[in-house]
Write a protein that binds this ligand. Sequence first.
Ligand code: AMP
Length: 454
Amino acid sequence: MSEGAGKAQEKRKIQAIKGVRDILPPETALWNRVEQTAHEVFATYGFTEIRLPIFEETELFARSIGAETDVVSKEMYSFDDRDETSISLRPEATASVCRAYIQHNMQQLPQPVKLYYMGPMFRRERPQKGRYRQFYQIGAEVLDRVRPADTISGDLVKELRRDAVIDAEVIEMLTTFFEKTGLEGTALYLNSIGCKECRPKYVELLRAELAKVKDKLGADSQRRIETNPLRVLDSKLESEQPYIEKLPRIADHLCKDCAEHYVAVKRELDLRGVKYHENWRLVRGLDYYMRTTFEITATGLGSQNAVCGGGRYDGLVELLGGRPTKGIGFAIGEDRLILSLQEVVKRSSDTGVQSPLATRHSPPLYIACMGERAYATALGAAKTLRNAGFRVELPPVEQKFGIALGRAVQLGAQYALILGDNEVSSGEWTLKTLADGSQRKVTEQELIAAIRSL
Ligand code: AMP
């Protein structure tokens, strides 16, 4: 590189890459509260947190999500490690949870094992509102080793019931979580996509019916007739809707076990008072789902309105080399949840109603001090106040009192602690209420009680 080019390079302002963004304060406070709500709600349902690696062997995702899916074939960030192992940034976390379940022998633990996670995922999608290349998910998974006792006794009714109860409890937990965050305008959509017994037959039927109307469909759907006909049901293309609406519906083609399981899930949801809409066109993009699938949408998100997707994946652990284990889980799109909550906060500030997650930062207490002795006293006071949980602003350089008080107002402080020579000598500190300029004297011992009483 020539010297000139080197200089130009130095001056170029480096931006975050496309589809990847910084999340800045004060928005980060909302993220923290959402995550805290997840920790609290999930714990009440007996879930514990798992922290997973950001990257894994590419094969983990190829085998679980499906090598032919868009996520794996087009959207993964993959690279060869120095030992030439192909590695990928995780596009989702269910596969990693299952890998960890097998690797750490969690089949030996009392079942089902209930885990949740939160963190960034990576998919090279076309960026738009609510769709990013690094996005965040909060998810939970229930893994339930198939107990030999059930297989031997063949107590299928009991087993179907157990699965249905687990499905319904996971969905109930989700709705509780969304309620606690204050999310509005949510709708839960539910479907059963059958199992490896009944789905292939339905898919063939669908393929045959789609072939009859092929020339009425767009290019994407035409391609999918061969690759993945179920995904045609996902299509939003206006011109295709009349043809899709006439296609055979999976509910009419479920095998006996799937049909019973689906009925049982709906009954369990009814018992819990969870409202849902059945949507026969709800299929999920990833290969490993079976039976229960669901999605939750929220308002204020435009076309990317799904805040959560999930479903059952009974064969996945086995596919990854573990023993037969059932599974169900969901992933909440945290970015979209936050976008929707910001709409709620905006609306609630218009109407004066407080949203449960509206920003509730306590205003800082400003310490204005003049002189070396006062500075030493201020350091001690700041430490004591912070230990007691107060937010304290202590300017890094000495400021004239007038300037200090102006800065305090700018930062949103309601009170200032004023420490000058007089205050330090007399041991009587000045506590000023910025709104009306009133002042009172307090001793060091009285300080915390005095501030709490304000
Ligand atoms: P999935 O893992 O595809 O089932 O997605 C679960 C949820 O994650 C979706 O309902 C979205 O809320 C969210 N999500 C998926 N992809 C993205 C993305 N590229 N950007 C933002 N959120 C996403």
